[in-house]
Ligand binder design. Structure first.
Ligand code: NAP
Length: 522
């Protein structure tokens, strides 16, 4: 049984740490409460390579039965779809929000006798009066009440009011929530607490205060941020992970409990700010039509699952590098196969080396600058790299801490290079960054050849020889000879000899002259 939803918050936060610090990420290990010798041995095996390190697993629980790995799996539709018809009042926290309105409309369609919609603003919320009137027209009595769900006493008095006015409470839909996005670097206790308040504290109060209510449904509106760990949403992911854990604990105790981890809804809080909209556009989650999402909610309520994810996912974006958590899903497995299962993490580096091979240094830097500008345009949502000026500071181009992180991760993936978290601060323009990438690609790592540095220097020196310079033909002849010798290679001397036999007299004289000149140079 999942014993501690509070500790589940650490997993929500941990998954975000994994997304924000990919290069330092080891994984999450859930230890049993009784950490005996067997558990210690399993932990050692996991850390030594039997688990996390060796198998690529990054989320495991150590239990008596062995080491369990976290997996996302398809949920089949319930065999028998018995749509829920509420037998009493349904409380919708966050009922004046975007999703709350859809849920209330759906409840009216399911013939709920009464809905109570709450939020901190209550009746003052935009559109609340119209919503209540629409619900009444549809045959469902609706009341909009101000209640901060983070306050236990407020929730208790709300529940007392519902009980006093009837019909009895039959269901709870906890959709209250706020966002306060930011990278973990800037996350403090206050920002964690403010997001936890509505979601996690609210859920805990509702759980405790409705224990004896014999509810038909207890539904928590969780998020994909907790399922996958969204960069910049550490507090939100932790709060939603609490909801996921709470629903599972309730189910294990034989109480009704369902947490639905939603992907973004069209028109919901995921579009609340420009930054949130941009993040959504760049990510693998496609926003869902509310009508479809509500239909899925109805199907979920007709089954017995305690934790479901309802999302529209562009699985290709997970690609071959997907974590084991999703790797067994048919779509992800197919994408990974197509991308070439043999492709290791060095593929980016190999591909980059292939693209740059044979180009002069200036052209190589240009290719890298194009790569940087293309990546920056993608992250910032511009249609073309032309929008990114090579000498403009990233800050002026519109980068913030979250988009800087995304840019670093993008460049690390396409170049295969290990890049620091401070990349865009250390190299503050696309041009400076391209120079840095060039240096990283060519002056470090196992593929680096010092001779290439020397060739770059030689190329620069040659560029300084004027067109009419007398030494030009002599230099050209010398370069040709070096190239010919190099192409033949030491072990292919015999083949070079054969070529000599086939040379014309003029070629022979040139070669002899060349050799003589070479000895003068020496
Ligand atoms: N929309 C999405 O794409 C999406 C995706 C995944 C999960 N979810 C979850 O679904 C729920 C609803 O999302 P939404 O898009 O409808 O968000 P929304 O439009 O921002 O609505 C949130 C509602 O919660 C209320 N609220 C906030 N803090 C509260 C508190 N302390 N006590 C009581 N009410 C409070 C807000 O009203 P006041 O400010 O007046 O209190 C508002 O009515 C949220 O829990 C969200 O995390 C949404």
């Amino acid at each position: 049984m999942l014993a501690s939803p509070v500790q589940g918050q650490v997993w929500g936060l941990g998954r975000v740490a994994g997304a924000e610090y990919r290069d330092r990420w080891g994984g999450l290990v859930d230890l049993p409460p009784d950490f005996d010798d067997a558990a210690a041995a399993r932990l050692c095996a996991v850390l030594a390579g039997g688990g996390l390190a060796g198998t690529g697993e990054d989320q495991v629980a150590i239990r008596d039965a062995g080491v369990l790995a976290r997996r996302l799996a398809r949920a089949p539709l319930p065999r028998e779809l018995r749509p829920w018809t509420p037998g009493g009042t349904v409380l919708v926290t966050g009922g004046t929000g975007a999703i709350g309105g859809h849920v209330a409309g759906w409840l009216a369609g399911r013939h709920a006798p009464r809905v109570v919609l709450t939020s901190r603003s209550g009746p003052d919320s935009l559109g609340a009066a119209v919503l209540a009137a629409d619900l009444a027209t549809a045959g469902t009595a609706a009341e909009v009440i101000a209640c901060d769900v983070a306050g236990r006493a407020e929730v208790a008095s709300l529940l007392a009011r519902i009980a006093a006015t009837g019909p009895r409470l039959a269901g709870v839909m906890h959709a209250a929530g706020v966002l306060d996005d930011g990278l973990l670097d800037g996350m403090d206790a206050g920002r964690l607490a403010s997001v936890m308040a509505a979601k996690a504290a609210g859920a805990a109060h509702l759980d405790e205060l409705t224990r004896d209510a014999d509810l038909e449904q207890f539904v928590l509106f969780s998020s994909a941020a907790a399922t996958f760990g969204g960069a910049g949403q550490g507090n939100y992911a932790a709060a939603n992970a609490f909801l996921d854990g709470l629903a599972q604990r309730r189910a294990a105790l034989g109480e009704r409990g369902l947490s639905v981890a939603w992907g973004p809804w069209a028109g919901g809080m995921a579009q609340a700010s420009d930054a949130a909209r941009d993040r959504l556009r760049r990510g693998p989650l496609v926003e869902m039509d509310p009508a479809l999402a509500i239909r899925a909610l109805g199907q979920a309520l007709a089954g017995h699952d305690s934790l479901l994810a309802v999302m529209d996912v562009d699985w290709d974006q997970f690609g071959a590098t997907a974590s084991p958590f999703v790797r067994e899903l048919p779509e992800v497995a197919r994408t990974a196969r197509e991308a070439g299962a043999a492709a290791g993490p060095d593929l980016g580096r190999q591909e980059l080396t292939r693209r740059l091979a044979g180009l002069p240094r200036a052209r190589q830097v240009q290719v890298l600058a194009d790569l940087v500008r293309g990546g920056a345009a993608g992250v910032l949502g511009h249609a073309s790299p032309e929008a990114i000026e090579a000498d403009r500071a990233f800050g002026d181009l519109g980068f913030d801490s979250l988009t800087s992180l995304e840019m670093r991760q993008h460049l690390a993936a396409v170049t295969g290079l290990k890049l620091p978290a401070t990349l865009l601060f250390d190299y503050p323009t696309p041009a400076a960054l391209a120079e840095h990438l060039w240096a990283e690609a060519f002056t470090s790592g196992p593929g680096h050849l010092p001779v290439l540095d020397e060739l770059d220097r030689l190329a620069a020196l040659l560029a300084s020889v004027g067109r009419g310079d007398e030494a030009r033909s002599e230099i050209t002849a010398r370069l040709d000879a070096i190239a010919q010798e190099f192409r033949a290679g030491p072990e292919e001397g015999a083949a070079a000899g054969l070529e000599l036999q086939a040379a014309t007299n003029d070629e022979m004289f040139n070669l002899v002259e060349q050799e003589l000149r070479d000895s003068e140079f020496d």
